[in-house]
Design a protein around this ligand. Structure first.
Ligand SMILES: *[C@@H]1O[C@H](CO)[C@@H](O)[C@H](O)[C@H]1NC(C)=O
Ligand SMILES: *[C@@H]1O[C@H](CO)[C@@H](O)[C@H](O)[C@H]1NC(C)=O
Ligand SMILES: *[C@@H]1O[C@H](CO)[C@@H](O)[C@H](O)[C@H]1NC(C)=O
Ligand SMILES: *[C@@H]1O[C@H](CO)[C@@H](O)[C@H](O)[C@H]1NC(C)=O
Ligand SMILES: *[C@@H]1O[C@H](CO)[C@@H](O)[C@H](O)[C@H]1NC(C)=O
Ligand SMILES: *[C@@H]1O[C@H](CO)[C@@H](O)[C@H](O)[C@H]1NC(C)=O
Ligand SMILES: *[C@@H]1O[C@H](CO)[C@@H](O)[C@H](O)[C@H]1NC(C)=O
Length: 395
């Protein structure tokens, strides 16, 4: 037994010296973890030690049983180590209200930039304590995203919980190869602009096995995003899973390859949505929503090419081109009679739209309606074919 133990210690030592890995615990850098003391300085020191360290894998520990108060901060790369693993089991809280933020108008609370191979893994909770921002109706441009990543290739987020962000909970920008799984995002249905996850300008993003309850989109995908795979997400309350909005102020939008499968929309304001501003350019294509369960969702299927926010008016001489869009296997209940609205641009039309296996009923047993404008496509359902596609073909 002793020799086996000795041998395993030896093997461990060998492994450690080979991989050259060391755990940095934030408590060793002077963090108090009492939920009151500002631990930002300890986090910065820990980050510098890990990111600038000699190890090939920087390992950082934020232990369970402690609550760390953090002011807005960006953890900047590139790092010397080829990857950074954050074992996160504690709680991180934002300052208790807006007045206590060191940078009250900051766009992000916890940011990571230019860090390759970052993994944030564990049972930890990030609490943005955003209620004072919501109650004071602070402008969206002056509220922070809780967890922001830019240029973080090969990013992993697993297991963690995020609650009550002032604005979006997670934002992924200009990053390649991202896996987000088994996370839980939760904020009140009434909280403004609290998207679950925003994906912008990123490629090969997998989001799966997670629960998102919030006051805005569960997941929103914006321009520059390619090959986004969303699987087994429990969404609601919230505004559903959206591509867009795209093409604001004449922007050239480019989104392609979005697969949303095995998701549930439970009491959401919308379900599967694509929204574009009039006057935009570019495209949104190769997008599929498949195997979707609806529980009293409002507007479960929407394409809105006349999206106009805050009373502004776009020009109408161009539009983001929407093509190869699939809605297959939607079943459950809609709270609104207008369950399916495909309101496409007269300039571009929506092309190659497929709708199949749609079985949406209303709670009272009434049959919901489908409204289509300028949609070209097909369905094996003769009613849908008649209501949506027949009258609207280009020719
Ligand atoms: C961490 O490193 C950055 C960049 O070198 C430096 O500006 C900052 O003062 C360091 N912070 C701490 C707490 O050591
Ligand atoms: C991605 O990061 C993980 C650690 O998070 C690492 O094990 C893996 O080797 C990295 N992959 C690439 C292709 O860099
Ligand atoms: C998500 O987190 C919230 C807040 O902590 C909690 O109320 C909810 O039960 C969690 N949901 C899941 C599925 O773990
Ligand atoms: C999407 O992600 C799921 C879950 O990780 C995986 O099973 C599936 O193969 C992925 N699909 C694509 C097209 O990448
Ligand atoms: C739908 O949401 C309601 C209320 O939020 C909840 O009680 C119910 O369990 C959810 N249903 C499913 C299937 O998740
Ligand atoms: C249509 O989109 C799907 C993804 O939803 C993709 O797999 C397929 O290749 C696309 N078809 C064409 C003709 O581009
Ligand atoms: C549609 O769903 C209802 C309720 O779940 C079910 O009774 C009905 O058989 C389904 N219809 C089809 C054509 O699958």
């Amino acid at each position: 037994m002793e020799t086996i133990l000795g041998l395993s210690i030896l093997v461990n030592l060998l492994c450690f010296s080979f991989v050259k890995s060391q755990n940095y615990n934030v408590l060793d850098f002077g963090a108090k973890g009492d939920g009151q003391t500002d631990d930002s300085y300890a986090f910065a020191k820990m980050w510098n030690a890990t990111c600038g360290g000699e190890e090939s894998i920087g390992k950082l520990v934020i232990p369970a049983g402690k609550t760390f108060l953090l002011q807005p901060r960006v953890f900047q790369g590139p790092c010397r180590s080829s990857s950074i693993h954050i074992q996160f089991d504690g709680v991180i809280v934002a300052p208790s209200n807006k007045e206590a933020w060191s940078i009250p108008k900051s766009q992000m609370w916890i940011g990571f930039s230019d860090v390759t191979g970052l993994a944030i893994v564990g049972s930890g909770t990030i609490n943005g304590r955003g209620s004072s921002f919501w109650e004071q109706k602070v402008k969206v441009s002056e509220r922070a995203t809780a967890l922001h990543f830019s240029r973080c290739d090969n990013l992993t987020i697993n297991g963690i919980t995020l609650i009550d962000s002032p604005k979006s909970h997670i934002s992924i920008q200009v990053s390649k190869t991202v896996a987000i799984s088994k996370i839980n995002i939760s904020s009140p249905e009434s909280s403004p602009n609290t998207d679950g996850i925003n994906v912008h300008g990123s490629t090969d993003v997998n989001i799966f096995d997670s629960t998102i309850q919030s006051g805005d989109d569960c997941i929103a995908i914006s321009t520059g995003s390619v090959n986004i795979n969303i699987t087994r997400i429990n969404c609601g309350p919230g505004h559903g899973i959206s591509v867009g909005s795209l093409g604001e102020d004449g922007e050239k939008a480019e989104v392609s390859g979005v697969q949303v499968t095995h998701c549930t929309f439970n009491r959401t304001m919308n379900g599967a949505r694509i929204k574009t501003w009039p006057g935009g350019e570019g495209y949104a294509r190769d997008i599929s929503f498949e195997d979707i369960t609806l529980i009293d969702a409002k507007n479960p299927i929407i394409i809105d090419q006349n999206y106009i926010d805050k009373g502004r008016h776009g020009q109408t001489d161009s539009a983001v081109m929407i093509s190869n869009i699939t809605f297959v296997g939607f079943r459950g209940t809609s709270l609104t009679k207008d369950a399916m609205t495909l309101d496409c641009s007269p300039i571009t039309h929506c092309k190659d739209v497929v709708m199949d296996g749609i079985n949406i009923t209303m709670a009272g047993g009434e049959k919901p309606t489908v409204n289509c404008q300028y949609v070209d496509g097909e369905s094996s359902d003769i009613n849908l074919m008649h209501d949506c596609f027949k009258g609207n073909t280009t020719a």
